[in-house]
Unconditional design. Structure first.
Length: 371
């Protein structure tokens, strides 16, 4: 199971470290290893949330996520995206941006940091909307009932997540941003992207369910959904799965913004950064699949809660970082701490449930022995 799930990650790690050694010697090898560990530690909550979405996708689209998706994540977000941002903000052509990255790493890093407020606003709004939609939804299982209960009750107000996100963006842009208009535009685009991609995914999933219910009992013809044989979930295919795939890619991009910028504190070489973050991204993908195949989220029910609270913490940190620097140790520590706490709470819950299930059986045995 481990080798089958993490085999490609092990292979990419070996290849990436070998390329780093050839490219920049032992120092390059060490920097790539550090960046890979940094990416994994900062993005574990991403894997948990990804697993929840991936669990709704058919095996075919899960493979797409692991092939095309990883190419987009590694080459697109970790290599091409920073070049694109620097090219747009500095008004440079593609060749000039690449030349700047390869030959003047310090200036390249400065240009990327100048664009960070817009990047952070977009990513923070996308993640904040995801977090708010989760905590404002009523659910039977509550990790923090004293907090999640009241939030679910006020969440009955229609479009409350949009209102809270818009107010947060306005406050940050008005009081902390050097260029409020650019931050506002980027943040609104982040909100629109979340609403559009998430909404279209749910729309096509519901359409598939309706089509499935309207059929005359032919189980082999399901245009949009199929049933899982393991947990009975309705798995998205077709257009529904395509938009879920887009949703996952944008979600991964939002998580990676902070890591890409923070990586320049370790190295200013874009090749070293791409290698290190790419290796880390591979492990996050493999970990996502592992969580799905092991059914971890079904067994440890509070992990999803902890991951969403970690997402909320990351979104707040990204908003704060528009006006002042927030250390990656804080964002990573908050995320890891919340997920560990959620895991521990899940273990305690499972023990209580098991103890409650065993007690009646023990009573029956005692009764039968006494008779």
């Amino acid at each position: 199971m481990i080798l089958r799930t993490f085999g490609w990650s092990f292979a990419i790690t070996a290849l990436g470290l070998f390329v780093a050694l050839l490219y920049d010697g032992p120092s390059g090898l060490a920097l790539v290893a550090i960046l890979a560990v940094l990416e994994i530690s900062l993005s574990f909550d991403n894997a948990v949330v990804n697993a929840k979405v991936l669990d709704r996708m058919s095996p075919f689209w899960q493979k797409i996520f692991l092939t095309i998706g990883i190419a987009v994540a590694v080459f697109g977000m970790r290599l091409v995206f920073p070049l694109l941002i620097v090219g747009i903000t500095a008004k440079l052509g593609p060749i000039e941006a690449i030349d700047l990255a390869l030959n003047d790493g310090a200036t390249y890093a400065d240009k990327l940091h100048e664009a960070y407020p817009m990047i952070a606003a977009f990513g923070a709004m996308f993640l904040l909307m995801l977090f708010l939609d989760f905590v404002f939804e009523s659910r039977s299982e509550k990790w923090l009932p004293w907090l999640e209960g009241p939030l679910a009750r006020i969440g009955k107000l229609d479009q409350l997540s949009v209102v809270v996100a818009a107010v947060s963006l306005t406050v940050v842009a008005g009081y902390f941003a050097d260029d409020p208009s650019q931050v506002m535009i980027a943040g609104v685009l982040g909100m629109i992207t979340y609403i559009l991609v998430n909404g279209l995914g749910e729309l096509f999933a519901e359409a598939g369910l309706d089509d499935d219910d309207d059929e005359d009992g032919d189980e082999d013809e399901k245009p949009q959904v199929e049933r899982s044989g393991t947990n009975g979930l309705v798995l998205a295919t077709g257009k529904a799965a395509f938009f879920l795939f887009l949703y996952l890619e944008v979600l991964d991009a939002s998580f990676s913004f902070d890591g890409v910028i923070g990586a320049f504190a370790v190295s200013q070489d874009p090749i070293v950064i791409a290698l290190g973050l790419g290796i880390g991204a591979m492990y996050i993908r493999s970990l996502t699949v592992y969580l799905v195949r092991k059914g971890t989220l079904h067994e440890y029910v509070y992990l999803e809660h902890g991951a969403h609270w970690a997402i909320g913490a990351l979104a707040v940190c990204m908003l704060v970082s528009i006006g002042t620097h927030v250390s990656e140790l804080i964002t990573g520590g908050l995320g890891a701490g919340l997920i560990i706490a959620a895991f521990a709470s899940s273990v305690i819950r499972n023990r209580r449930v098991d103890a409650g299930a065993e007690t009646p059986g023990e009573d029956k045995e005692l009764q039968s022995s006494s008779v």
